[in-house]
Design a protein around this ligand. Structure first.
Ligand code: SF4
Length: 433
């Protein structure tokens, strides 16, 4: 009987990508996927270390899964990803039911690790090369991720990523082009190039804008990238939004804070003025571009005035949406050495105020699509009643198609937008695109 695997993924798109890679490797080794750890022969928990909350949630779940070994002694339990890299052997010491601890660079090797007779149980050293899919992906996915860089060496003072994902490594363009073809052959119609900072991609003389120019003509009709660092956002990259028809006019550009004093302590490498200049250039190159961001409130030393500067910039830029967090200390980072001096109640108050402002802006931004005809890629049916098909615009907005049960995942259609909420647009099917 075929062996079964279960994968639980926490955290960012890089983790989702790593889990997809593992899924494809295990599937081609004859494993079958299950969504129940109690049915599995192999359980992998792919963890995130970016916030304490994410680690605590993962540890609780790992404990439950490891406890299954009492009745299922053959079950192999693997803790993978960023928390694995950060905590290493300590995870096995705390949870003896865990068989292996595997950092992000070793995830594609999990089948070899469990087959090995070696006594090594912790695999967390950094590897020199950045790799991607070794074999195909599971067919039928309409969206796909494609990692082009690994690691990061920007050392933003609050961030654990450089310590857990290692130094920045770019993947050879040949291997990126080969994987792009695999993803397309498997049916992916919307592909996101991934990396902690894709803007600093380099393969000999090929930088990121040149990579985009090289691959865009052979990509599907929707190409995106994530994440961009404002300090590396060049004019050439901004021009790509105007010049490359397959590049979706959608950009996630983390601001983090509106105060130059806080940006400097965060070691972000830009000022609010520079950032605003980028937004203006982007909107000149692509007037309808959808912009999203990340924001942190309550960073050490953040005064009321610093926070007001964040609010002011958010109101001026008018993002389509934002991921907003209150600062929490990550041991091992530079910021952990600073006095975490903003009281928790104040952090919560600032976060709530920021969320309220951004929600209003998101709703207002979404109204600009009402009455327009937008291209939508159907991804699935809505989980809530009525079971309307759900898709994404080129700008990344989520759309529900009213009164239509004929559409399938992968259909590319035109939709007339009738109404909107902060997170969703609603419209009617017009025609196939
Ligand atoms: S750019 Fe900064 S925030 Fe982003 S992964 Fe690198 S260190 Fe972390």
């Amino acid at each position: 009987m075929a062996k079964k695997f279960y994968i639980l993924t926490f955290g960012c798109q890089m983790n989702e990508y790593d889990s997809e890679v593992l899924e494809s490797i295990l599937a081609s080794d004859g494993y079958i996927m299950t969504d129940k750890p109690e049915d599995a022969d192999l359980a992998v928990i792919n963890t995130c270390s970016v916030r304490q909350k994410a680690e605590s949630r993962a540890m609780a779940r790992i404990g439950q899964i490891a406890a299954l070994k009492k009745d299922m002694p053959a079950l192999k339990v693997i803790v993978a990803g960023c928390m694995a890299k950060r905590a290493g052997q300590a995870i096995i010491d705390d949870l003896p039911g865990v068989d292996y601890v595997v950092g992000p660079d070793y995830i594609p090797e999990i089948p070899d690790i469990i087959a090995s007779t070696d006594s090594e149980r912790v695999y967390i050293d950094e590897k020199a090369e950045a790799t991607g899919l070794a074999r195909g992906i599971n067919p039928g996915r309409v969206t796909g991720f494609l990692a082009i860089t690994k690691g990061c060496e920007n050392y933003c003072s609050y961030c654990i990523v450089p310590y857990v994902r290692g130094s920045m490594r770019s993947r050879p363009s040949k291997s990126i082009i080969a994987e792009l073809k695999i993803l397309q052959d498997m049916g992916a119609k919307d592909i996101t190039l991934l990396g902690q900072n894709v803007n600093s991609y380099r393969d000999d003389s090929l930088d990121f804008p040149s990579l985009l120019q090289r691959i865009a003509p052979d990509s599907p009709s929707r190409l995106r990238f994530l994440t961009s660092h404002p300090k590396d956002m060049s004019d050439e990259l901004i021009a790509c939004f105007a010049e490359l028809p397959s590049l979706c006019q959608s950009l996630h550009l983390p601001l983090q804070a509106g105060s130059d004093k806080i940006l400097e302590v965060m070691n972000r490498g830009y000022t609010s003025g520079h950032y605003l200049g980028l937004i203006n250039k982007l909107r000149q190159a692509a007037p309808n571009i959808s912009l999203t961001t990340d924001l942190i409130v309550g960073f050490p030393g953040e005064t009321d005035d610093d926070f007001e500067q964040t609010l002011k910039l958010v109101k001026e830029i008018k993002y389509d949406s934002a991921f907003m967090f209150r600062y929490s200390v990550r041991p091992g980072t530079k910021a952990a050495e600073l006095d975490d001096d903003v009281p928790e109640a104040e952090k919560i108050d600032r976060l709530n105020r920021l969320i309220a402002v951004q929600q209003e802006i998101s709703s207002e931004q979404n109204t600009r699509w009402i009455g327009r005809s937008l291209e939508v890629l159907i991804e699935k049916r809505s989980r809530r009643e009525p079971f309307w098909p759900q898709g994404k615009t080129r700008g990344g907005q989520s759309v529900l198609i009213k009164n239509n049960d004929q559409l399938n995942a992968g259909d590319l259609i035109m939709v007339e937008i009738e109404s909107s909420k902060a997170k969703t647009l609603f419209g009617l099917f017009e025609k196939f695109a």
